[in-house]
Design a protein around this ligand. Sequence first.
Ligand code: MG
Length: 358
Amino acid sequence: MTAPAKFARWIVHVDMDAYYASIEQRDRPALRGRPVVVGGSPFSRAVVCAASYEARRFGVRSAMPCAQARRLCPDLVFVAPDFQRYSAEAQRIRALFAEVSERVEPLSLDEAHLDISTAVARGTHPAELAAGLRERIRSVTGLIASAGIAPNKFLAKAASDRAKPDGLLLVGPGEVSAFVSSLPITAIPGIGPVTARRCHDLGLVGAVDLLRLDAIELQAHFGSAGAWFAACARGEDDRPVIAEHERKSVGIEDTFASDLTDPAQLRERLHELAAGLARRLAAAGVRGRTLTLKVKYHDFIRTGRSRTFPEPLGDAGTLELAAIELLRDTAAGRVPIRLLGLSCSHLDRLGAVQQTLF
Ligand SMILES: [Mg+2]
């Protein structure tokens, strides 16, 4: 392989294939080759946490109600999740990431961005490095990872999605615009189901369709996020990879399908956000002393409220109570809200013992 042209950055996005389900199939040979779902009982309101590729062939997907999954595939095997095991495995995989890059940013238990610019500058070919890493993960853990390699985080993640399952895709210097042209608008970070529906209503289906809008239209439709979406549509993303030890905050946010004014509904959303934030803090192995509530009103005006506590927060119940207090200090209940976010900063790293409790 010839050395690729120089980029300011080379990023690898590594994503484990069907992570929870693959761990279960590895550890219980009887499940191999069978459609497996990790999740709750099909007779409850539980949703699918993860589906094996055999299950996906029947149309079973993550976040689908388990009852629906069972209707699609009557032979489906349901396995209760064991997050302690998935978390321990994630630590082993992160140790392998650390062998090839000192700049690793985990996104969840089974996904991370690695900045490999230094190794590439020293003459390592990015595709050889990523192929070597995938092979190392397979031989050490018995699990399959897919990888995308590109000049930035957005393209690297889109490339690993495209490479799945069991694949590797490099988006090289001359391939960026062709690759972005092939992406749906939902590949852009920040375009979730709600924003995607707005885009489809505007006739925007592919990522590059955003380039039909000028700066004023982007601002009118998407607020301050509009400029970011357009940058992605041009294949540009200058967000750095932030290593775990440099991480300043952990957060989560939710844009609502319709603007909310009802206090009970807002409380319900805060309950879900606090639970999600607690999971992310646990996955990152940290707790935070400062909690920040972000509010975006129906007219895109934003506000934030923060409070710093003497002891770091991490469990969902405490986060929720603190968030309710912060929400009282906003126009919630009087002005319709389109987005709520919660984040923790002033992070304290958990000891190894506490971490395994997750
Ligand atoms: Mg994955």
